[in-house]
Write a protein that binds this ligand. Structure first.
Ligand SMILES: C[S@@+](CC[C@H](N)C(=O)[O-])C[C@H]1O[C@@H](n2cnc3c(N)ncnc32)[C@H](O)[C@@H]1O
Length: 165
């Protein structure tokens, strides 16, 4: 967390271009509608929250949330961790998490929470080089029906649904 505290001010300059590629992939594959309610878990400065629908962003970093001026895209930003989210079951039409899951203290817990608060559709962008990649992939496969895995240079983007066929 200290790492993000240190780079909070320069985060967008460093990562905006790279994150946009992942967002385009998510947009193309998640069929996001204007009246959807979307949850962005680990939203940081809000780069990953730019969708044409109502968005709730959560992140534990006060410093990154402070830099989150993309307010017109966000209906609300909440300081919380993925592992324990203050939402009722089946609240969100879409749940996404972009390059954030490798930071969770509890990867399995965070994914289970996302499954709990999401209704059906999910997208997880996972950093290829993280040492937790295999653990994250295993937990995604355990909890979700993986429909597609898309190459996005530094990440693999998992397009998932809650229901196994
Ligand atoms: C690489 S940044 C990605 C931010 C944003 N999704 C983007 O695409 O620009 C990783 C984010 O994960 C957040 N994070 C760390 N631990 C977390 C947790 N337990 N639950 C949710 N987010 C967490 C960090 O604060 C940071 O904002």
């Amino acid at each position: 967390m200290n790492f993000y505290k240190l780079i909070a001010k320069g985060y967008n300059g460093l990562h905006e271009e790279e994150q946009k590629i992942k967002l385009d992939i998510i947009e193309e594959n998640l069929d996001i509608k204007n009246n959807d309610l979307l949850l962005d878990v680990g939203c940081g400065t809000g780069i990953s929250s730019r969708f044409d629908c109502e968005v709730v962003g959560i992140d534990p970093s006060a410093e990154l949330l402070q830099q989150n001026n993309i307010i017109e895209y966000l209906s609300s930003k909440i300081r919380a961790r993925a592992e324990l989210m203050p939402f009722k079951d089946n609240t969100f039409d879409k749940v996404i998490s972009v390059t954030s899951i490798h930071n969770f203290q509890g990867i399995g817990e965070g994914l289970k929470e996302m499954k709990r608060v999401g209704k059906r559709d999910f997208a997880f962008s996972i950093l290829k080089k993280t040492k937790f990649f295999n653990e994250i992939e295993k937990e995604i496969n355990k909890n979700f029906n993986v429909k597609k895995i898309i190459d996005s240079k530094q990440d693999w983007v998992f397009i998932c649904s809650k229901f196994f066929k």
